[in-house]
Design a protein around this ligand. Structure first.
Ligand SMILES: O=C(O)CCC(=O)C(=O)O
Ligand SMILES: [Fe+2]
Length: 146
């Protein structure tokens, strides 16, 4: 229990450090505010798993108004992640998220539409599967501040 607690706190610091790192790479007119995560949404996708286009707006009005970021960490199989400023399928852009990738959206982009279109079967790093108990598929950890 103590170990779990310790690890959990380490993860919160990791998420804050990831946001800080992103901040150093952005121009000041495209800011991502700092946050203190208190929610972690965990998704597991099998190779046929999908997530339809949506906005993340379950957080408090204050969190959304301030554009506090969503920090998403991908583990396991790679996935085609789609995003856009409208629901228009033709305007969507796609990025492949690989195991270990971190995706952050906040500030002006906090309410971007997004979804997971494809999970690429058997694309996880072999070492990860050998050294962990992860079953085939993709795990995503989504940290937010309510
Ligand atoms: O799995 C992902 O990378 C995205 C998850 C997501 O958008 C959500 O849980 O709201
Ligand atoms: Fe989402």
């Amino acid at each position: 229990m103590v170990l779990y607690h310790h690890r959990f706190h380490k993860n919160l610091f990791l998420v804050q450090a990831l946001v800080q790192d992103a901040q150093t790479h952005l121009k000041s007119d495209n800011e991502i505010p700092s946050m203190c995560p208190d929610v972690c949404l965990v998704n597991f996708y099998t190779s046929t798993g999908r997530l339809g286009l949506h906005q993340d707006r379950d957080e408090s009005p204050d969190s959304l108004r301030r554009g506090l970021p969503v920090v998403s960490i991908s583990i396991g199989d790679s996935a085609g992640f789609v995003y856009g400023y409208t629901r228009d399928e033709d305007q969507l852009r796609e990025v492949v998220l690989e195991s270990g990738d971190v995706l952050i959206f906040g500030g002006k982009s906090r309410l971007v539409f997004h979804g997971v279109k494809t999970v690429f079967q058997d694309s996880a790093p072999p070492q990860l599967l050998q050294e962990s108990m992860l079953r085939p598929g993709r795990l995503s950890l989504n940290f937010r501040q309510f």
